[in-house]
Write a protein that binds this ligand. Structure first.
Ligand code: BMA
Length: 336
């Protein structure tokens, strides 16, 4: 059977050895085309290779003319302290030293020429999503912060019905069929700062290959058939220890999944792949800090050729790329 996506021969396209600063696991990267070049913001958990006790996290910047060969900027562009300072600027006097414990999983959305960024922060009081904007990927203005626990935010690349729209993944505690059965929600905003009109979009129980949680992956891309929306989807098997650096073991397989949302009302799921779009198979997806993890954070569509590029974190260790054709991806979504 012909698979929907082909892994790029040069995978992994970015790894720790490409960084001119201390870097250990380089993965979960937002990618966009911005001002005539490709930009990538990647997560870097830095510490000792093979040791799950990291010293810290930061976000690195890489740029490229073809989206395949990347040049990494000399220093990370955001870290825990810069994120704390950005937040303190948003809400003066509220966020003291040490408030942000980790910064990770950036997604980039370019809207009307403006680059917007969503990422997660682990704080002293829970996990939150942040929205920031930047013109040069060096300086960031913080716009909003969610209440905990929430992460995996992705912004749609245009206003819909006059409003900004995002997908997000809260971590509800009660009323779960199993403790981590976390669903995807859709919310809207007039100004990117205040979010509401919350609608549950998709639950893990709607995907036959999931027994744990799901979440938004890369920001949705407009197609003639709807918003092409990658998700991540998790299968957990406590009896099957996967490759990993953690002493306690690693038992979760992360797949890329795919949904198609209504163009005019993206809170309606119009199509859904019942099988994974991409499952961990390659050595760089199976072996690493957390093996068997595919975690996409960037999807690009070439309108002329119909080529789609899915950029994903592989085994929480490197960045990889898979390509396919938009028509095949649309056709793979079973109409709902
Ligand atoms: C998720 C996030 C991702 C990570 C994945 C697998 O919950 O933390 O950043 O890639 O777990 O470890």
């Amino acid at each position: 059977m012909h698979s929907l996506l082909q892994r790029h021969a040069a995978n992994p396209i970015l790894q720790h050895t490409d960084c001119p600063f201390p870097a250990t696991t380089v993965f979960n990267a937002g990618v966009a085309k911005y001002q005539g070049r490709y930009v990538m913001l990647f997560r870097n958990d830095h510490g000792r290779w093979g040791d799950a006790r990291f010293d810290g996290t930061n976000l690195g910047l890489a740029t490229s003319v073809d989206g395949l060969k990347w040049t990494v900027a000399s220093k990370p562009v955001l870290d825990e302290e810069r994120a704390r300072a950005g937040m303190a600027h948003l809400y003066p006097g509220r966020f003291g030293p040490g408030f942000i414990k980790r910064i990770y999983d950036p997604r980039i959305t370019v809207m009307e020429g403006h680059a917007l960024l969503c990422f997660a922060v682990d704080t002293a009081h829970g996990i939150c999503g942040v929205i920031a904007e930047t013109e040069d990927f060096e300086h960031y203005t913080f716009i909003s912060l969610t209440s905990p626990d929430n992460r995996n935010m992705v912004l749609f690349p245009e206003k819909i019905g006059g409003e900004f729209v995002r997908l997000e993944r809260p971590f509800p505690v009660y009323m779960r069929p199993q403790p981590e059965a976390f669903p995807i929600w859709l919310t809207r905003s007039a100004d990117l700062r205040y979010w509401g009109k919350n609608v549950p979009l998709l639950g893990p129980d709607e995907l036959p290959y999931v027994n744990n949680k799901i979440g938004p992956a890369a920001p949705p891309v407009r197609t003639r058939a709807g918003w092409l929306t990658p998700i991540h989807a998790v299968w957990k098997d406590d009896t099957k220890r996967l490759c990993g650096w953690e002493e306690r073991g690693w038992f979760k397989t992360y797949f890329a999944g795919l949904a198609l949302l209504d163009l005019d009302d993206p809170s309606r799921v119009r199509g859904l792949m019942r099988t994974p779009l991409l499952a961990p198979e390659a050595a760089y997806e199976i072996d690493g800090f957390r093996g068997s993890v595919i975690f996409p954070c960037g999807l690009l569509l070439d309108e002329t050729s119909g080529e789609v590029r899915l950029y994903y974190g592989a085994a929480d260790t490197s960045v990889a790329l898979a390509t396919g054709h938009v028509d095949a991806l649309i056709a793979a979504c079973e109409p709902l």
